[in-house]
Design a protein around this ligand. Structure first.
Ligand code: DQA
Length: 151
């Protein structure tokens, strides 16, 4: 069974208690279960990881690139959190590892502060989605299967 990686960046471990008016009441564990269920329904194994560290996320993107190259993985659903708006290193990692990424944001970043309007990830992502709440991760899994040509 081919794999999908769900990658969450800084502060997403606080889901459920962090600004619930923006991010909702569901926890990261709830999100990961939702992704596993959706991935399995579509015939994929789902690996879920979260880190508050840019370097760790970069290492996991590189690992995903190797797994995609050998056909073991179809790609990554990635919510890079605030690193979206700052990280040239994650941009380079995705480009360098040649890994299909669906960038996902729980909130609609374009209705929020202007510093959230720019993404270093979008130019190297296959697709970009935002504003569907935590349930939107399931839509992002569906989108990845489609854009990776694995449907
Ligand atoms: C976020 C949006 C980012 O601007 C923010 O820094 C996050 C979460 C989202 O899912 O809406 O940590 O990526």
């Amino acid at each position: 069974m081919k794999k999908i990686l769900i990658l969450n960046g800084p502060n997403l471990n606080l889901l459920g208690t962090r600004e619930p008016a923006i991010y909702g009441h569901e926890t990261l564990a709830d999100v990961e279960q939702l992704c596993r269920n959706e991935g399995e329904r579509l015939g994929f194994e789902v690996d879920c990881r979260q880190s508050n560290y840019e370097g760790q996320l970069i290492d996991w993107i590189h690992e995903a690139g190797r797994q995609c190259a050998t056909g073991k993985m179809i790609g990554v659903v990635f919510n890079p959190g605030a690193l979206t708006h700052t990280s040239v290193a994650l941009h380079d990692a995705i480009r360098g590892a040649n890994v299909p990424v669906v960038e996902y944001h729980i909130s609609n970043v374009h209705t929020r502060e202007s510093f959230r309007h720019h993404s270093w990830i979008s130019p190297v992502a296959k697709a970009v989605m935002a504003g569907f709440g935590v349930r939107g991760y399931a839509l992002a899994v569906q989108a990845l299967v489609q854009v990776a040509g694995a449907a």
